[in-house]
Design a protein around this ligand. Structure first.
Ligand code: SF4
Length: 191
């Protein structure tokens, strides 16, 4: 197999996805990094710390801080104190930020829509395994995904269409149900 061709194809898809972000950003007055933070805040309505947001979207903390300041100035994000630690600050989307995030295009949305359902399920498995491998190499920050979750029971239901199981929610998981970003995730080796 020609891995350079696979690499080329992935690079083209990544470029198209980022172009969508830039195009929307031009209209809305945001950078793609600011859009990434808004997207994240939509999945964490209680708010997140800057360190978490920066690691999650794969930027340094200073870069994350600049993006957060810009979002705050534009009225899309607010800082609130963390109920778990009064000295810490959480970032939360404002109503205007939530409205903008809903207009922001889904990453790789065009490609995903062009695929069949079975191809999407296959791709989700491939992406999950690729992220896990990169995490193991230390090339990507830890993601809150099923494959690295202590609640995940692989092949708990052999031969079934949903062979895996989430012990926390007590539900069977099929290949298409795997989560890449789950708020309930607990790292396998966490205390
Ligand atoms: S808690 Fe979330 S990440 Fe963990 S197994 Fe269940 S669905 Fe997956």
């Amino acid at each position: 197999m020609k891995i350079d061709q696979l690499s080329e194809g992935l690079a083209r898809l990544a470029a198209v996805s980022r172009q969508d972000d830039w195009r929307t950003g031009e209209v809305e007055g945001l950078t793609p990094t600011q859009g990434d933070i808004l997207r994240l805040l939509m999945t964490r309505p209680k708010g997140v710390r800057l360190s978490f947001a920066s690691a999650h979207i794969g930027v340094s903390q200073p870069t994350g801080s600049d993006a957060v300041s810009a979002l705050e100035r534009k009225g899309y994000l607010e800082k609130i104190s963390d109920p778990a630690d009064g000295r810490a600050v959480l970032l939360r989307a404002t109503p205007a930020g939530k409205a903008l995030a809903r207009r922001w295009p889904m990453s790789f949305g065009g490609m995903i829509e062009a695929l069949s359902e079975s191809d999407r399920v296959d791709l989700l498995g491939i992406v999950s395994r690729a992220i896990l491998a990169l995490q193991t190499q230390g090339a990507i920050s830890r993601q809150r995904m099923c494959l690295s979750c202590r609640h995940f029971a692989r092949d708990a239901h052999p031969g079934k269409s949903a062979p895996h199981h989430c012990r926390l929610m007590d539900v069977a998981l099929g290949a298409g149900d795997l989560r890449i970003d789950c708020p309930e995730h607990r790292e396998v080796n966490a205390a």
